[in-house]
Design a protein around this ligand. Sequence first.
Ligand code: AMP
Ligand code: MG
Length: 408
Amino acid sequence: MISVEEAQRRVIKGALSKPLTPVIVSLEESLGRVLAEPIVSDLDSPPFDNSSMDGFAVQAKSVAGARPDHPVPLDVVATISAGHPVPDSLTRLDQCYRIMTGAPVPRDVDAVVQVEWTEKDPRHPSRVLIKRPVEPGLNIRRQGADMAKGDTILRSGTRITPAIIGIAATLGRTSLPVYPAPRVAIISTGDEIVEPSEQPGPGQIRNSNAYALYAAVAEAGGQPVLMAHAPDHLQTIVERLDQAAQYELILSSGGVSVGDFDLVKTALDQHGTLDFWRVNVKPGKPIAYGHYRHTPFFGLPGNPVSALITFELFVRPVIRQLQGDSRWRRLMVVLPLMQDFTEVSDRRHYVRCRIEYDGSGKAGIVPSPDQGSAIQTSWLDATALMMVPENTGPLLAGTEVSVMVLRP
Ligand code: AMP
Ligand code: MG
């Protein structure tokens, strides 16, 4: 039996050897995808010196002596609004421009006095009273201060967020090269399984894994493909796997433990290779990884909680890697337990839990009450997984624990 780290190392290595061929998508479609090439700036940004304030563009030396009780009067020779450059037009030191935020700053001035530091001259409508001195450069956004022409601004492997889309638009991109969503085939197995629309007969249960995994694949940025359910019948399982092998990744659920009808492993033995089929993790010890024909394959456990936890630990990293995302790890934080957690296991335990806040706003961890691998309701309110190392505990309230954050 191998450790979680070893299993993760092996699945990541497998994914890295098979990156997907990039595709071009429009900016509007690029959110959440991963950039497949670096993006170089085609211009300086900002492209020209411009004002960060509404105010008056002046020569700093002309208002050096300005005080609230002794303002310096300046003649306003022109008004510059955004999008409307004005040629250099100052002829004397006691002149200035009215200027708006984002408007180009003429070269014959070197600072902008914000409007709050000025007053209208009651006697001269074309004159302004400057009440404070300014340093040269004040309130001027310099050309290229944000991005310089020719610089590599976005690295390949960057996950595309709204801010990244904004930068790409600034750099004149209408489309971006990104990694495509890997197509992930999902096969549920088991004689006892009926569809959610059906009323289970004696000994039957409804199919939960196919749908939970479908959503988990989509959430990880993959394109889920739901295959027809397979009963515990070797020939049918092989047929489903043969069909699934055309996609980038195959997920099955059930049929990988040591029960008599655990046929998924047999199918892999016959037509593929198994890298591992047991990991020292709880829940989810029977998790198989290998290749079916030449397609990477995960045999997830049948228990619904185990299926989702092994997905989180081993499959999600692969789906992220196939999309070129080097930052596949979830956020890990260390927080104190808010109550005792007394279960001790010789396996690495991933405990469904939620992050709570005490009266003073300090965060802490509250484990879900029943941690059974068949207790789907242990996910209710859970936003994180507490990682309890092998043979550790009991853990008392206040103990600092490592937590993998799944959602806010
Ligand atoms: P197995 O790994 O096939 O032995 O399944 C382990 C447990 O998970 C059994 O209790 C199964 O009934 C249950 N199970 C297997 N597949 C599913 C599924 N698709 N949805 C819900 N429960 C399942
Ligand atoms: Mg089964």
